[in-house]
Design a binder for this molecule. Structure first.
Ligand SMILES: Cc1cc2nc3c(=O)[nH]c(=O)nc-3n(C[C@H](O)[C@H](O)[C@H](O)COP(=O)(O)OP(=O)(O)OC[C@H]3O[C@@H](n4cnc5c(N)ncnc54)[C@H](O)[C@@H]3O)c2cc1C
Length: 417
């Protein structure tokens, strides 16, 4: 049944909600985004801005469980976990451990690659057709290693990426990496360069996407938290916002890391955990790097925007904790200064934190829930900016019941049953 012209409420105004809303509008639906705070207030604005087809491999891979455990036990490390009673998180970690093998890694990588490749094409299409510029820069992505041994060890991953996923990668061993990127300090182990990755300014993208969505007739209600979904005889009929109810023919649940809180009412499992990350953004220093980089041993990322410089990272599993801990920002600055010939301001401006919506198998949840007129779109984890356009387009295709542009099966919610 073609449902065009019907009303859709999208819960959540992050990247996934906004891209879903945009493509739903293109399919002829009447669309309203209902956002508790303001568009981009979740994980979508202060992220590192990488649109990175190189990130095809999920976090869970062979040997990753032990290396993650080691990082968890390192005080001040990039990955950390709050010591608290949280059976949901423990179950999630146990399942993550069970996915740390080559078979699960390869299965997830195929699903991720579909979204990454399609999103890259959709970004270019959107920028060209809508005549917007979210500071899109085709500068590639450089993974930098302090130790030569770690640089060499990464070669086996590079071989998988080249052979299995046809990704172009160039090696810059030892001091070659400094020649490629003169802002780096001397004495580093080397770098691997992914020329096809790009980056953009996420806040700018969101405001342009939002403007286009409204110009084409979409509606946005900010400051409106959804407290529940009203279900009658197995179908959703409205979203509840405090004392009020907003009728809808179809609901798209794109509440990022908080999506799992709706699982019980939908009668399914949605194992999305908040993986808290930090960033700070300062005005462009004179010695700003030319290209985005990840300092791989610590997972700290740096992004040169046109007029600003962002440093971001850390993965903290601490539940829905919004505090910004200053010592984590200081750690980001210290690691950036250890790798770069750069002096960052003593007082850091633009401090930000957001919850990555993490699923243990490294794949998002995109598909109809057991309440069939509720489509879930969440769990894009560490690659939400890089995969949101294709996620949104798939959501709209599922809603309109037209043939999907990518195979939707890897993301189906039934994999958790
Ligand atoms: C430090 C950091 C760096 C990152 N860097 C990159 C990167 O370089 N490249 C990349 O691809 N990805 C990156 N990511 C990941 C990316 O930011 C996320 O995957 C993406 O933003 C998730 O988008 P989302 O729309 O699913 O969730 P969110 O952006 O969190 O949006 C969910 C929205 O739902 C709203 N909401 C929640 N509950 C309700 C409710 N009950 N009612 C109404 N509204 C509700 C929230 O307010 C929020 O605005 C990074 C993440 C972090 C933390």
């Amino acid at each position: 049944m073609n449902q065009r012209g019907n009303s859709v409420v999208v819960i959540g105004g992050g990247l996934v909600g906004c891209w879903s809303a945009w493509y739903l509008l293109q399919q002829g639906f009447r669309v309203t985004i209902v956002e508790r705070d303001c568009v981009g207030s979740g994980a979508s604005s202060g992220n590192c801005g990488f649109v990175c087809p190189s990130h095809v491999l999920p976090l869970a891979g062979p040997g990753v469980f032990w290396s993650t455990l080691k990082q968890l036990l390192t005080p001040g490390g990039a990955v950390s976990i709050a010591a608290r009673f949280d059976p949901g998180l423990w179950g999630w970690l146990w399942r993550f451990a069970r996915h740390c093998n080559a078979h699960c890694q390869a299965k997830a990588a195929l699903g991720r690659q579909q979204l990454l490749v399609s999103s890259m094409r959709l970004y270019r299409e959107f920028i060209c057709q809508q005549k917007v510029d979210p500071q899109w820069q085709e500068q590639g992505l450089l993974l930098v290693f302090r130790s030569p041994a770690a640089f060499d060890r990464y070669r086996s991953t590079v071989e998988i990426l080249q052979q299995e996923y046809s990704l172009p990668v160039t090696a810059y061993p030892g001091r070659d990496v400094q020649q490629l990127e003169p802002s780096l300090r001397a004495g580093l182990g080397g770098g691997w360069f992914f020329p096809e990755d790009t980056h953009l300014r996420p806040e700018l993208l969101l405001s342009q996407l939002r403007d286009q969505f409204e110009a084409f007739g979409g509606k946005i209600e900010q400051g409106t938290g959804v407290t529940g979904i009203e279900i009658q005889q197995g179908r959703a009929v409205a979203v509840r916002t405090g004392q009020q109810a907003r009728d809808a023919d179809l609901i798209v649940l794109a509440a990022g890391a908080e999506t799992g809180l709706f699982a019980r009412s939908l009668g399914c499992s949605l194992p999305v955990q908040p993986g808290k990350g930090y960033s700070f953004t300062v005005s462009a220093p004179s010695d700003m790097p030319r290209r985005p980089m990840i300092f791989e041993e610590t997972h700290v990322a740096v992004t040169p925007f046109v007029d600003a410089f962002r440093v971001g990272s850390t993965m903290r599993f601490a539940g829905y904790d919004r505090r910004i801990e200053q010592h984590r920002l200081r750690m980001l600055r210290r690691i950036a200064e250890q790798h770069l010939r750069i002096r960052l301001p003593e007082k850091l401006s633009g401090a930000w934190s957001g919850w990555r919506p993490m699923v243990y198998d490294g794949l998002p949840c995109i598909g109809r829930s057991p309440v069939s007129n509720v489509i879930v779109a969440a769990g894009n984890g560490m690659i939400g900016l890089s995969t949101a356009p294709a996620t949104g387009r798939l959501v709209a295709e599922l809603a309109a019941e037209v043939s999907p542009h990518i195979d939707p099966r890897p993301y189906a919610l039934s994999r958790f049953s």
